[in-house]
Write a protein that binds this ligand. Structure first.
Ligand code: CP
Length: 329
């Protein structure tokens, strides 16, 4: 099994099924702390360096919240232009310095491979919060945790399920990481719905096929939404050469309640890593789905705190002693 304590979390390729199940058991145990039914100070005195060199709402704040809920403190920097990287400092030097101020570092950066490069200079564990279009391992873990929970509610497991992924599959790092994790399971049907210009990279398609899954590649929504999970994504405008080019694809695959009723199963779960682009010309996930009980997007975001608490506890080696540091609520 993958040894979490002291390890960098850079790619989902590090995990096997046993280590994911282990991590999810820790995430389950974090629920009373995340829901404020219990308090723990197990990471009292520890510092998270939360370095976000690219915009974020959920990942940045949920990393910070998770660390606070374990009793630790958070130091942040946001934006490339306000860091010394803008003065030409290398990722290695930044890592050497900031890792002496922190016990663990979470980092997002616009370049693929940047977090791994940073980790070569770090003296503490580094967790990838998203590196360009490459990977978003903690999002994939929380997505998989959500899929498992939602499927459990329907008395089903992950093996044998049908998951349809929609949108900008070329640039979407969340779907790259999620597909790689799904390769650890068995007999899946994975439907990839995108314009052909935004198709899933060959490397990921090959991984799906080599895992023995059925992989369907299509440009059509209709006829492909009768899945257990429909995972919608945003057109990643920031990865296109221009806004005009991104606009060619925005709004191409909209989901709303009428489409859900016509094309999905009655229990199809809808997921999205968020943010959803709710501008009128995109509107990939209409607000009229907000009352649909199978819309899991906010439960998914909530699960991010549990999974990130579990990752901090495991990488810092306190997963078994959290309750020893409980204080009264
Ligand atoms: N899902 C996700 O990565 O969201 P943020 O960009 O808000 O962190």
């Amino acid at each position: 099994m993958f040894k979490f304590e002291g390890a960098n979390i850079l790619s989902v390729k590090q995990f096997d099924r046993e280590s994911i199940e282990y991590l999810f058991r820790i995430a389950d145990a974090m629920q009373p702390y995340a829901h404020r039914q219990k308090q723990t100070k197990v990471l009292d005195g520890a510092i998270l360096g939360n370095l976000f060199f690219e915009p974020s709402t959920r990942t940045r704040v949920s990393f910070g919240t998770a660390f606070n809920l374990l009793g630790g403190h958070v130091r942040e920097t946001t934006g490339l232009s306000s860091s010394a990287l803008a003065k030409g400092e290398s990722l290695y030097d930044t890592a050497r310095v900031l890792s002496s101020y922190s016990d663990v570092i979470a980092m997002r950066h616009p370049d693929s491979g940047s977090v791994a490069e940073f980790a070569t200079g770090s003296r503490v564990p580094v967790i990838n919060g998203g590196d360009g279009a490459n990977e978003h391992p903690t999002q994939a873990l929380l997505d998989l945790y959500t899929i498992q929970k939602e499927q459990h509610a329907h008395q089903a497991g992950i093996d044998g399920m049908h998951i349809a992924l929609i949108g900008d599959l070329k640039h979407g790092r969340t779907v790259h990481s999620l597909c790689k994790l799904l390769c650890l399971y068995q007999n899946l049907k994975i439907t990839l719905i995108s314009p052909k210009e935004l198709a899933m990279p060959d490397e990921v398609v090959s991984a799906i096929e080599n895992a023995g899954h059925q992989c369907v590649i299509t440009e059509q929504l209709e006829g492909h939404l009768d899945a257990d999970i429909v995972y919608q994504t945003r057109i990643q405008q920031e990865r296109f050469p221009s806004e005009e080019e991104a606009n060619l694809y925005r709004g191409k695959f909209r989901l709303n309640q009428a489409i859900y009723t016509q094309h999905c199963k009655s229990n199809t779960v809808i997921m999205h890593p968020l943010p959803r682009d709710s501008r009128a010309d995109a509107n990939e996930l209409d607000n009229d789905l907000n009352l649909n009980p199978n819309l899991a997007i906010f439960r998914q975001a909530d699960n991010g705190v549990l999974v990130r608490m579990a990752l901090f506890a495991a990488t810092l080696g306190v997963q078994d002693i959290v309750n020893r540091y409980e204080t009264q609520v």
